[in-house]
Design a protein around this ligand. Sequence first.
Ligand code: IMP
Ligand code: MG
Length: 175
Amino acid sequence: MKKLKPEQLISARKISGRVGSLGRKISEDYEGRELTLIAVSKGALVFAVELLKKISIPLKFDIISASSYRGTKKSSDFKINFHPAHELIRGRHIIIVDDILDTGKTLSALGYFIMGLSPESVEMCVLLDKSSERTVDVKCRYWGFKIPDEFVVGYGLDFDEYFRNLPYIGVIREK
Ligand code: IMP
Ligand code: MG
């Protein structure tokens, strides 16, 4: 692997504080409702697992996995590789948890897919929001940090599958 050293953008401590407040907010907002968190694999797994532990109300959990081919606009280029269990979605309140909202294509397509499985409601929660890159309008109710248009890794996010294990969010700047 090429020698790349990510520069810290958001510390582990900051992430932990923000994930805690997102968990408390979700717990308040969904009190008394049947909640299911759906994590978008693989990038959102670290975030989702930490977030789960900060939510104090009963919930169910599953994952979804999709691939999109960047740089293309055709929706046929979007493929769901792993489906969540339908009984965890039907009639329940869903929060789709992802690592980063970039162009919005992934979350918008996943939102439509989940909506087709008859949930009671669907909201989105992302750790990072790179809003300068947005091409599709996505309504995201919960977000952790707004970040500039840079390539970030760590806390689940990868570069060529590396760096998912970094405890912080770092920026990769190729020199
Ligand atoms: P979108 O469909 O353009 O919103 O793409 C979102 C997906 O692209 C994320 O779930 C990530 O997998 C990937 N992605 C976008 N920006 C970054 C980044 O800065 N670092 C790592 N992955 C990214
Ligand atoms: Mg991803």
